[in-house]
Design a protein around this ligand. Structure first.
Ligand code: PLP
Ligand code: COI
Length: 365
């Protein structure tokens, strides 16, 4: 990667921030993604000027021309990461350079300009520092950071934009699932697919999430928490959830997760858990697993646990799976021991409670 001079972010403090008392109340039990901080980071891009105008300013509405390309052809990508209040004091980010790299991967697929990794990580650090008081301290809570980039050129021709806005907003969050259930129920979609070979499945672009909504609505109608997608070709291989990767835990203690074939997102939580599980001496396979085999193994007891994982959801035990042709319980339907052990190992690292031999936790303060 070419090195760039990082101009410091100009900082304009919000002249009317949320009061201390109101912020404290908001931090007590935020619904995921519904509460926002006082500031945002922005950087503009144009073909002539490149990346310019890096700024942390008051959080405010954006002004876009109604013909802005993003509003018509969805040239939009995003990331999701968290700033943690650490147990021993101070705050930190978890592997932010991985999000910076994935953002560039998504930009490449959507024919967008590549934001230098250092500008990405610096934007997130600068925002988390300015909004430091918004990083919650309740156990398991964090400040969710949402970097995104949209095409802003006003033109209706179907082509890549010449102008973009990169922006980061921040939102204090607690648990992802409203139900608060110990284990989630999945709906296996046999009708909708999320991504096809050659498509955008491994890019974090808004369109993938728009395409998942009808399937997610079906899951909710069927009294499930989330949809699990199957592959678009053979319609039998488990891929991932709308916003999480998936793992399977077997009676012999080994774990398995679908391979990165281009149709699923390369989750940073996924990769971290694979590495940590191997460190703990577990056998980890990145191999395809079919929905029928999942049902058979859950029924026979060969499979003991399953969980979903991602930045927002952390590690979410899966208790039950439903579908038009499937209906089964994983183990006894409650969170499994290996799932809980891996979740503890991950969150101990993220909250600064465990040794960090790989330097995954970046201290902010
Ligand atoms: N898969 C999808 C479709 C996602 O949106 C996410 C969330 O970012 C993940 C997987 C998990 O990725 P990560 O662990 O990097 O948050
Ligand atoms: C994340 O875990 O960061 C995600 O992006 C998932 C979802 C909130 C879209």
């Amino acid at each position: 990667m070419t090195s760039v001079d990082i101009q410091p972010f100009a900082i304009e403090k919000n002249p009317a921030p949320v009061s201390d008392g109101r912020r404290q109340r908001l931090l007590e039990s935020p619904v995921f993604g519904e509460v926002f901080t006082d500031h945002m980071a922005t950087i503009k891009y144009s073909k002539d000027q490149g990346w310019h105008g890096a700024k942390i300013g008051p959080r405010q509405a954006l002004s876009l021309d109604p013909s802005a390309l993003v509003l018509h052809y969805a040239q939009a990508i995003f990331e999701g990461m968290k700033a943690y209040r650490l147990d021993g004091g101070g705050t930190g980010l978890f592997r932010p350079e991985q999000n910076a790299r994935r953002f560039r991967h998504s930009a490449t697929r959507l024919a967008m300009p590549l934001l230098p990794e250092e500008l990405f990580t610096e934007s997130v650090r600068a925002l988390a520092r300015v909004d430091n008081d918004w990083i919650p301290s309740a156990p398991g809570f964090a400040l969710y950071l949402r970097p995104f980039m949209v095409a802003t050129e006003a033109v209706l021709g179907v082509r890549s934009s010449a102008e973009y806005l990169y922006c980061v907003v921040a939102s204090p969050v607690g648990p992802y699932f409203k139900s608060g259930a110990a284990a989630v129920t999945l709906w296996a979609s046999d009708h909708f697919t999320r991504a096809a070979p050659g498509g955008t499945g491994d890019a974090k672009c808004g369109g993938n999430y728009a395409a998942s909504l009808a399937a997610q609505a079906e899951a909710i109608r069927e009294q499930c928490d989330q949809v699990v997608f199957l592959d678009a070709v053979e319609r039998c291989w488990i891929e991932e959830l709308g916003g999480m990767n998936i793992f399977f835990v077997f009676a012999d203690g080994s774990i398995q997760t679908p391979p990165l074939t281009g149709t699923i997102l390369a989750g940073i939580t996924r990769e971290s858990l694979i590495t940590m599980a191997r460190d703990l001496g577990m056998t980890v396979r990145e191999e395809p697993y079919s929905i029928d085999q999942w049902q058979e193994d859950a029924t026979s007891g060969r499979l003991r646990e399953s969980f979903a994982c991602g930045t927002a959801a952390v590690v979410a035990p899966i208790g039950r799976v439903k579908g038009r042709n499937h209906h089964f319980t994983i183990g006894d339907g409650s969170p499994g021991l290996i799932t809980q052990r891996l979740k503890a190992a991950l969150t101990d690292l993220q909250f600064g409670r465990a040794p960090d031999p790989r330097g995954w936790l970046e201290r902010l303060s």
